[in-house]
Write a protein that binds this ligand. Structure first.
Ligand code: S3P
Length: 190
């Protein structure tokens, strides 16, 4: 993330609340909201499960990379990214360039509760609970790697998570605005 960063990008596992929190946050920040999966589906002219069925996961990931890249020429927005966006190296590089990345953390149990049946989520369908837990464990280091800000969502509704994200972004901005002193300890002794 740089101080010239513009987008706020929400990442996290399925069911972490990226879309609902993103909508609330965008309204509060007065910027537009982008749901990357909705865009991908609109551009493909069919829903995500159909893209997976027709083009496989690799085809979906190519579309996801293109949709993410396109944000670089767009005005500031809050972006809800799909849960698997952190899997590709080039996506993680892009996320860092595009703005402030917020990792919405969710436990595998809470994710399962929120997602319910795997309907509409090809990465969950046919996967055992253990396999879903493994997928989250595989992705966790990538979420942490890209995150400028981390917020735990397990015990909070979307509104409360949006509060926490807003506060964390404000704290981050005020840290970025603070003038740098080379040797604070020396200053204290002046
Ligand atoms: C995916 C998550 C989905 C969607 C696609 C793949 C994943 O988005 O991008 O089904 O790999 O975790 P949500 O995280 O919004 O469900």
């Amino acid at each position: 993330m740089t101080s010239a960063a513009k987008h706020v990008l929400l990442v996290g596992f399925m069911g972490s609340g990226k879309s609902s929190v993103g909508r609330l946050l965008a309204a509060r920040l007065g910027v537009s909201f982008v749901d990357l999966d909705e865009r991908i589906a609109r551009e493909a002219g069919r829903p995500i499960p159909a893209i997976f069925a027709d083009e496989g996961e690799a085809g979906f990931r190519d579309r996801e990379f293109r949709a993410l890249s396109a944000l670089s020429v767009e005005p500031p927005s809050v972006v809800a990214c799909g849960g698997g966006i952190v899997g590709r190296d080039e996506n993680r590089r892009l996320l860092a360039e595009l703005g402030t990345v917020v990792y919405l953390q969710v436990s595998v149990e809470e994710s399962a509760q929120r997602c319910g049946a795997a309907e509409g989520r090809p990465m969950l369908s046919g996967r055992s609970d253990d396999a879903v837990a493994e997928l989250l464990a595989q992705r966790e280091p990538f979420y942490v790697e890209v995150a400028d800000v981390r917020v735990d969502t397990d015990c909070s509704d979307a509104d409360a998570v949006a509060d926490l994200v807003e506060a964390a972004l404000e704290a981050q901005n005020s840290r970025a605005d603070r003038p740098k002193t080379d040797h604070p300890s020396t200053k204290e002794n002046e």
